[in-house]
Design a protein around this ligand. Structure first.
Ligand SMILES: [Zn+2]
Length: 220
């Protein structure tokens, strides 16, 4: 038996016209692409390190996901929902993941600016640009009734006080500082939430984190 699959080319949307365009490229970003900017060789002549600088413009085409990123500019979190089974996602999905829904196209739904901690980690090391902000609490949080968690920073709490399922609020940067990226917001503990008393596990984390605070103080 042979099966013939006919693939019909389907155009999903018309070519958009972009009349609202904002550029905020810092003056020191030159977009030079890949450039070898130096090297070093060990005193015994056996080992060589090279310094490769990367400065390249990316265009992130958000397509059907655009509403989520436009929403960030407006201080809103948009999720998507399957009209068949009702599952909700932030980060968004354009099609339902349930096999029974046969890749149903999702619909947009505005999410509440509240979340719960699914899991978290405390970063004691980072890229150069974030070193002075260490230690950084990174959470995977479930916004509203989402079926998936979204990663972002948790501010306004000591690292050892974070708890599973603790309630959070979404806090946006001031409007003029937003760029339409997930870094436009972070999480903070919800109003009225207070950490549980110290316990051996919290003491353990505190001991691990304290040297990071001390080290950051020595940074210029
Ligand atoms: Zn579904």
């Amino acid at each position: 038996m042979s099966v013939t699959i006919i693939r019909k080319k389907k155009k999903f949307s018309d070519q958009p016209n972009f009349s609202v365009k904002k550029m905020y490229r810092p003056s020191d970003v030159k977009e030079t692409g890949l450039a070898f900017i130096g090297h070093e060789i060990s005193d015994d002549g056996k080992v060589m390190n090279q310094f490769l600088h990367y400065d390249q413009l990316y265009t992130i085409r958000h397509g059907w996901n655009s509403k989520f990123f436009k929403g960030l500019l407006e201080g809103k979190i948009w999720g998507t929902r399957c009209p068949k089974c009702g599952d909700i996602w932030v980060p968004i999905r354009t099609h339902c993941w349930n096999l029974d829904c046969d890749l149903e196209i999702t619909e947009w739904i505005e999410m509440p600016l509240t979340a719960k901690v699914h899991t978290w980690t405390i970063a004691g090391w980072s890229g150069r640009s974030s070193l002075k902000r260490l230690p950084i609490i990174l959470v995977y949080a479930v916004i509203g009734d989402s079926k998936v968690a979204i990663a972002n920073e948790l501010h306004g709490i000591d690292p050892w006080d974070v708890e599973f399922q603790m309630p959070l609020k979404v806090v946006f940067k001031p409007k003029e500082e937003r760029v339409g990226a997930v870094t436009d917001f972070h999480f903070e503990p919800a109003e009225g939430w207070t950490p549980s008393p110290m316990n051996p596990e919290k003491e353990r984390i505190k001991k691990l984190v304290e040297p990071v605070y001390e080290w950051v103080k020595t940074m210029k």
